[in-house]
Write a protein that binds this ligand. Structure first.
Ligand SMILES: *Cc1c(COP(=O)(O)O)cnc(C)c1O
Length: 503
């Protein structure tokens, strides 16, 4: 018997005992070697999928002795880009590329090119970039219900490199705020189990204890559990608008009010929804309050590089009041390099990405975002309808445009695998096992929604007829979802990253 199936036979062992057992087992050299061999064989198949160009293009594992002509390099990049773009351009991919219209991409590229030497670390040399960034924050804050922008008490913020950085920055800010103003040395954050992994990452990086609260049958955070979880060490509570896995909005009115009454921070993660929900609300869709109109919401994150339709690499993190934002900043007056300060984690930053982000916001404008939201939400309705008509499937919660579905009778990962064979790239979720599609402008092209529904219907029928045909990815997902030895799953993920960096 292999170690994976052995581990699955041990499901009845409680998790803490399992962790201990796993650590002990791994100390035995023979077991260690055996596990390593199994990792290798599990990952061998993936490696060729991840490195499709090995045979065709020369690998550079050191600097070429003489530089390669620019034309040759660009020609090679064009070949690679052409091979990779068809899939997302034709709307086969969940999320990933949120706009993707060639004229829009060309416009962003031009904005980038004009600013490619800019670095906001040198505000004196590139004041245009600081203008772009300040305006990105102001526009985003106003869109998200800020009555007042800037000043000591208005909504303020900074531009970051993405949703994860926005969230890491906000959590660090609350940690330092709570230490300074309340003397909290063992900070805790209250996080619904459906919140983005970036919160767990922040907990690891900054030594904050993550107190997880459950969600209800509609995948919305449990308010009563949140109330019970508050302690003297709580610095911040979190809600998603909407959550990445199931696309549902937490009860942010209730949660943020709890936080306000207890004098703790509340972060609304609108990374995914920031540039859709304000427009969904205007269009009459049911959008519960989630933004700065709620007095208890003290910070928010909204990703310009998702539904803000900017190039990848920007997001906005916002705070209620300048005093809170200052806990995010880094300053030093002691460094031999002189007086030094930076608003975010990076030192030098790509000003060109901020310029392109600003260009996206001002070129699309309110009407453009409203129209994009309308098209996305209408496409999502068609797709939800199509899923609802497949008796073997069940939509989780009441999502607007990020739609997760599960099956009570079939293995949903086998269905995902069949969708992959039909060209689709969907997201596998677990706890519970499900699959989602995040609808983007790519899916609003004629025929895409209908193709999705008919492919899904075919995939379900196929799995029903071939329940034993597991394929390659379905077992990996099934394993990751159910393996009691969680350390092994983490080890596998680390080795997966190793492969990415193999030349
Ligand atoms: C995408 C996402 C994030 C993280 O954003 P990155 O830009 O990938 O770092 C955080 N929260 C939610 C809800 C998201 O959908």
């Amino acid at each position: 018997m292999d170690i994976v199936s052995l581990s699955q036979k041990l499901k009845w062992i409680p998790a803490p005992v399992m962790r201990l057992l796993e650590r002990r087992l791994k100390r035995i050299p023979a077991v260690r070697r055996r596990i390593e061999r199994e990792y290798d064989s599990l990952l061998a198949e993936l490696e060729s999928d991840l490195k499709p160009y090995a045979a065709e293009f020369p690998a550079h594992d050191r600097l070429p002795a003489d530089g390669i002509p620019r034309g040759e390099i660009l020609a090679q990049m064009e070949t690679l880009q052409q091979r990779e773009s068809a899939r997302w351009a034709e709307g086969f991919v969940s999320g990933a590329v949120y706009h993707g219209d060639p004229a829009h991409i060309e416009f962003l590229n031009r904005a980038y090119a004009l600013n490619s030497q800019s670095n906001p670390l040198h505000a004196d040399i590139f004041p245009s970039t600081t203008k772009f960034e300040a305006e990105m924050v102001a526009m985003t804050a106003r869109m998200l219900g800020a009555a007042q922008v800037g000043g000591e008490n208005g909504i303020c913020g900074t531009v970051s490199s993405g949703g994860t950085e926005s969230i890491l920055l906000a959590m660090k800010t609350y940690r330092d705020w709570a230490r300074e103003t309340k003397g909290i040395r063992h900070p805790e954050m209250i996080v619904p189990r459906t919140a983005h992994a970036a919160f767990e990452k922040a907990a690891q990086y900054f030594g904050i204890k993550r107190v997880e609260i459950p969600v209800d049958e509609n995948f919305r955070a449990d308010v009563r559990a949140a109330k019970k979880a508050i302690s003297r060490n709580t610095i911040v509570m979190v809600g998603s608008a909407p959550s990445f896995p199931h696309g549902v909005i937490d009860p942010i009115t209730e949660l943020s009010e709890l936080a306000r009454q207890r004098g703790i921070g509340f972060h609304t993660d609108a990374c995914l929804g920031g540039f859709v929900l304000p427009f969904a609300e205007k269009l009459g869709y049911p959008v519960p309050p989630f933004d700065f109109r709620l007095p208890g919401v003290t910070s928010m994150s909204a990703d310009t590089h998702k539904y803000g339709y900017a190039a990848k690499g920007t997001s906005v993190v916002m705070y209620r009041g300048a005093a809170l934002r200052r806990f995010q900043y880094y300053t030093t007056s002691e460094w031999a390099g002189g007086l030094y300060f930076s608003p975010t984690f990076a030192g030098s930053r790509p000003g060109a990405l901020s310029a392109a982000g600003w260009a996206a916001l001002v070129s699309i404008g309110e009407e453009g975002y409203l129209d994009a939201a309308r098209r996305i939400l209408e496409t999502a309705e068609t797709i939800k309808q199509g899923i609802a008509e497949i008796p073997e499937l069940r939509i989780l919660g009441n999502p607007l445009w990020v739609i997760a579905f599960a099956s009570d009778t079939l293995n949903v990962y086998q269905i995902m695998e069949q969708m992959t064979r039909r060209g689709w790239s969907l997201n596998g979720l677990h706890k519970p096992s499900a699959v989602h599609i995040a609808i983007t402008l790519r899916h609003t092209q004629p025929g895409v929604a209908a193709r999705f529904v008919s492919d899904l219907r075919e995939s379900v029928a196929y799995v029903k007829d071939h329940p034993r045909e597991m394929g390659t990815m379905a077992p990996v997902y099934g394993l990751a979802a159910t393996l009691p030895m969680r350390g092994m799953v983490d080890d596998l993920l680390k080795r997966y990253i190793d492969i990415l960096y193999r030349v």
